[in-house]
Design a protein around this ligand. Structure first.
Ligand SMILES: [Zn+2]
Length: 137
């Protein structure tokens, strides 16, 4: 790979393609929220954080790689749990400040053992036989 440094102001030392890196709108700590979604069912599985290198590894290894804000290190989903996320597609949202990773999730996405991180704490649920009309469906 030949390195051409045509752009100024791009973050250093990640393998991420410069044309992608230049478009990212990162948070103050240099991270993007990354939503993992089951590619075939549409389940929203979890949310993690990626910096440029984590995004690069996710794109190139085919396994979701996140940056742990608490441990300050990269982690590959499944390395300790076996609950891998095999990457099917990666997309930026319209503002280039959020990553959507469609994956094939092995086992539970949440470290608690739940299928998704959003199973256990539902704040509101409409249309569960309560007579609340759901106009859209
Ligand atoms: Zn969780």
């Amino acid at each position: 790979m030949t390195s051409t440094t045509g752009t100024t102001g791009t973050p250093p030392s990640s393998g991420l393609a410069p044309e992608i890196a230049a478009r990212l709108k990162r948070s103050a700590d240099g991270l993007l929220p990354a939503i993992a979604q089951q590619y075939d069912t549409g389940e929203v599985l979890m949310l993690g954080w990626m910096d440029d290198e984590a995004l690069h590894r996710t794109l190139t290894t085919g396994r979701c790689t996140y940056w742990s804000r608490s441990r300050q290190e990269y982690w590959v989903k499944g390395d300790t749990s076996g609950h891998f996320q095999w990457v099917k597609s990666v997309a930026l949202d319209c503002d280039a400040d959020t990553v959507l990773v469609k994956v094939d999730q092995v086992g539970a996405a949440c470290h608690t053992g739940d299928r998704t991180c959003f199973d256990a704490d539902v704040l509101r649920r409409d249309g569960a036989g309560s007579g609340v009309p759901s106009s859209d469906q």
